[in-house]
Ligand binder design. Structure first.
Ligand code: GTP
Ligand code: MG
Length: 267
């Protein structure tokens, strides 16, 4: 068993900071609009391009990404967690509003999808990297952590092992990601009420222990899926602004206030 990690300090909570070994540059920054990275071939690590420290791209002049979407600022978000927890399904639900039912096709290597959100009048592009949860692809994913501005760490509420592995994932994140990466814990598949083995309170407790924002989600019904990505986009946008005119965005409070509880698990 690895030693317990100190609470996360990615949100200026004043708690003890996790220092990353391989990372020294500030995390919140933007992807150059003209330099659209391509997904890696399976088994090939292709970290995205180096990013400038300022989150705003040509303020006042929208940028056109490779996908043809106009945006003001862009960020990289990575989905991580054990194989089968629902990372790909969560991304497909967010991007296309659909659910991938049927045969489980495990992700090979890494893939990405883009989505532009309107966040308080600003076009925020999220470039979302969907990683493979299988152990054999771990070295591929390691190469991508450094450029991620935010991480969504998933477990499956119907799979206790995926919950127990969260600490190991946090150790990995501590080692490879930027120390101030935005991090959120998600307990997925809450629609599977009969199969649930991880209680909502257990997820909340773990999240509290590490100072992480937490929500339960369902890629199947869509519960809290848009909210998770919107909350991340709001936090990243706020961080990228040198002198924000609006009051500081509070990710923890926002998620607590806006998150819906699945009807199965109301206390
Ligand atoms: N009931 C239910 N099933 C889900 C949900 N999300 C995903 N699944 C199912 O869980 C299985 C795995 O989903 P994926 O999204 O492929 O899992 P993954 O985390 O991407 O797995 P890897 O690519 O191997 O890392 C699939 O059979 C999905 O249909 C959910 O919210 N509810
Ligand atoms: Mg997948």
């Amino acid at each position: 068993m690895p030693p317990p990690l100190p609470p996360w300090d990615g949100f200026g909570s004043g708690k003890k900071t996790l220092k990353s070994k391989g990372a020294s540059a500030p995390a919140a920054s933007a992807i150059p609009a003209s330099n659209e990275p391509r997904p890696a071939r399976p088994g090939t690590a292709r970290p995205g391009p180096q990013v400038p420290p300022n989150g705003l791209l040509q303020p006042g002049r929208p940028s056109l990404g490779g996908g043809g979407d106009f945006y003001d600022v862009a960020f990289k978000v990575m989905l991580v967690g054990d194989s089968g927890v629902g990372k790909t399904c969560l991304l497909v639900r967010f991007k296309d509003g659909a659910f991938l039912a049927g045969t489980f096709i495990s992700t090979v290597g890494i893939d990405f999808r883009n989505k532009v959100l309107d966040v308080d009048g600003m076009k925020v592009k999220l470039q979302i990297w969907d990683t493979a949860g299988q152990e054999r692809f771990r070295s591929v994913t390691h190469a991508y952590y450094r450029d991620a501005h935010a991480l969504l760490l998933l477990y499956d509420v119907t799979n206790k092992a995926s919950f127990d592995n969260i600490q190991a994932w946090l150790t990995e994140i501590q080692e490879y990601a930027q120390h101030d990466v935005v991090l959120m814990l998600l307990g997925n598949k809450v629609d599977s009420t009969q199969e649930r083995v991880v209680k909502r309170e257990d997820g909340e407790k773990l999240a509290k222990e590490y100072g992480l924002p937490f929500m339960e989600t369902s890629a199947k019904t869509g519960l809290n899926v848009d909210l998770a990505f919107t909350a991340i986009a709001k936090e990243l946008k706020q961080r990228s602004m040198k002198a924000p005119s609006e009051p500081r965005f509070q990710l923890h409070d926002y998620v607590k206030r806006e998150g819906r509880v699945s009807s199965c698990c109301r206390p």
